[in-house]
Design a protein around this ligand. Sequence first.
Ligand SMILES: CC(C)(COP(=O)(O)OP(=O)(O)OC[C@H]1O[C@@H](n2cnc3c(N)ncnc32)[C@H](O)[C@@H]1OP(=O)(O)O)[C@@H](O)C(=O)NCCC(=O)NCCS
Length: 191
Amino acid sequence: MQFYTGIFSCLPRLETDRLILRPLQMDDAKDMYAYARDPEVSRHVLWDAHKSIWETRHFLRFARNQYRRGFPGSFAMELKESGRMIGTIGFMWVNPDYKSAEVGYSLSRDYWNRGLMTEALEATLRFGFEELKLNRIEAQHDTENPASGKVMAHCGMQFEGVMRSRVMNKGVFRDVAVYAVLKNDWQKSHI
Ligand SMILES: CC(C)(COP(=O)(O)OP(=O)(O)OC[C@H]1O[C@@H](n2cnc3c(N)ncnc32)[C@H](O)[C@@H]1OP(=O)(O)O)[C@@H](O)C(=O)NCCC(=O)NCCS
């Protein structure tokens, strides 16, 4: 776990065409609250829409504490053209014995359907395979959130099946689709 702890306590900045992925900061609160208060953004994820900016600040303190402890965490997605923080993407957990991990993400509704999460996931998978030396990266989405499955598929993740009533989201059992990509397959498509 030591290897992962070192990387997560000092997350690097990753760059894509339109985005900077970097550690979350306390002064992201305003931008994050602007989208995290939107029930459409939180609809298919396991967190509730933030009711006040204090809730957002509480989350950011928690996330920064996770970095300090070297636990898996998320990058802030910063749009290069405006400097605005518009979402998060990162690792929910990492299993060092199996070299496997799960990614998760959320994006402000103002920026949906422009290919931004596909761009961010591509960079996060590269980081997972090249820097974290993972063998398998998985992701899951509510079956009623097909846009998320499209993002996974665009990045070369394979659909592995549906787990019925896998999670309880906002009081309702939800079916979850699982996708994953293995290092060998990822390397073949990224030579
Ligand atoms: C899901 C989410 C991450 C997608 O991000 P995004 O930047 O809009 O994704 P992209 O633009 O890279 O790709 C979205 C794809 O889904 C498609 N799509 C959008 N709405 C869709 C729908 N209702 N049904 C099917 N496909 C849909 C888009 O057309 C696009 O596919 P295409 O490139 O083949 O045309 C974003 O909507 C989001 O953050 N939602 C709220 C939080 C969330 O659901 N997180 C994921 C939890 S698993």
